[in-house]
Design a protein around this ligand. Structure first.
Ligand SMILES: [Zn+2]
Length: 363
């Protein structure tokens, strides 16, 4: 299965954008997809659609759909995560009144193999290994939709298994979006990118904001002079002795235990995710949008601008000034087919999402 490379380069245009700057990002989208943004805005003021995000774990599903919403019409578009929905049930189960309401709803609406007692126990004792039964996910999702105002939806986390793909084809009926266009958004990201996203990920212990030492640092960097080379970083690596400081909370952002293993612990999961994407790719009757994160180095000049490529950040300690210098260099990775590639920043991928969406919706 090959995802096409999307051209975001406009010939004869020499302006450069700093995509980390919100104002420049806005100008960038206006220039690269202004006409399409206007069409989508007009459409979404009156209409809605349902999109399913299909990509491997850590492929950037949330990043892309949230950026799409932000650029087009945030108040009319929801990113809906099935994982978040299930986690939000934990506090309900601890509150007697809310628990009663949940049980009442399930009594009226749930059809499936589990007894109510088994359902509550499945919800309470969830883990990452066993998935909740599809019938239960469907009814919880329906309940959630009934509480909300009808908006355009980007669904993240469904379908998650091969047998759920069939359900997703009728999903819009179940949640009262019967007349909506439904769309599969398939995301292709090399495992090397996912690996580095995990290995260099750090999280603020207070606000849980997630950043990346190598790919998405904060503006404030700290340096531990005592502990120059903590494992697992190599000397000179972007992490050696350096740490990120949360922009909101001002505290040191921390690595999570096990992240140094990268994709190793989730290899099986990634394989299943890949299979899911492949199966969805071959379905008839539902339009598909293909988003591609990487681009072979030898094609890059033709298709994208330099500033659309993800750089690798690294740091140097200036002993005299006692200051951290932030540097960047091109980040070269090997894609799943063994081709030397660059990884695109989210913005050009979202430009391709916007343009393909206009086509799918016939605007
Ligand atoms: Zn924070």
């Amino acid at each position: 299965m090959k995802f096409p490379i999307f051209k975001t380069k406009i010939e004869g245009l020499n302006r450069k954008f700093n995509l980390l700057d919100p104002k420049e990002q806005k100008e960038y989208f206006q220039l690269k997809a202004g006409k399409e943004i206007e069409k989508l805005r007009n459409f979404l003021r009156e209409n809605t659609f349902v999109a399913y995000l299909l990509g491997k774990k850590n492929s950037g599903k949330g990043t892309y759909s949230k950026m799409f919403a932000e650029v087009i019409l945030p108040e009319r578009i929801d990113h809906f995560s099935i994982g978040d929905m299930v986690r939000a049930i934990d506090p309900e189960l601890k509150d007697e009144k809310k628990k009663r309401e949940l049980i009442n709803y399930l009594e009226k609406n749930y059809r499936g193999r589990l007894s109510l007692k088994e359902i509550i126990s499945a919800l309470k004792n969830r883990n990452t290994k066993t998935l909740l039964p599809t019938e239960l996910i469907l009814v919880l999702f329906k309940r959630e939709m009934e509480k909300r105002e009808k908006k355009t939806l980007f669904i993240d986390g469904f379908p998650r298994e091969l047998d759920q793909i069939g359900f997703s084809l009728f999903f819009r009926d179940l949640i009262g979006h019967r007349e909506d266009q439904d769309i599969f958004i398939l995301i292709d990201v090399p495992e090397a990118v996912i690996d580095q996203r995990i290995k260099y990920r750090v999280i603020c212990p207070i606000c849980q904001t997630s950043r990346n030492l190598k790919l998405f640092p904060t503006s404030k960097i700290g340096y531990d002079e005592e502990k120059k080379e903590p494992a697992p970083y190599r000397a000179g690596d972007s992490g050696a002795g350096f740490y990120l400081i949360c922009e909101k909370c001002g505290v040191k952002m921390e690595k999570k235990e096990g992240d140094e293993l990268g994709v190793e612990p989730i290899r099986e999961r990634l394989k299943l995710d890949g299979k899911l994407i492949e199966e969805s790719f071959s379905l008839y009757g539902i339009p598909k949008i293909l988003l591609r994160n990487s681009i072979p180095i030898k094609e890059a000049k033709k298709f994208v601008d330099d500033y659309e490529i993800t750089p690798e950040y690294y740091f140097e300690w200036n002993e005299k000034e006692k200051k951290v210098k932030v540097k960047e260099r091109p980040w070269v990775l090997t894609d799943d087919e063994g081709i030397e590639s660059y990884s695109l920043l989210p913005q050009p991928v979202v430009v391709s999402l916007i343009k393909q969406m206009v086509d799918v919706l016939n605007l």
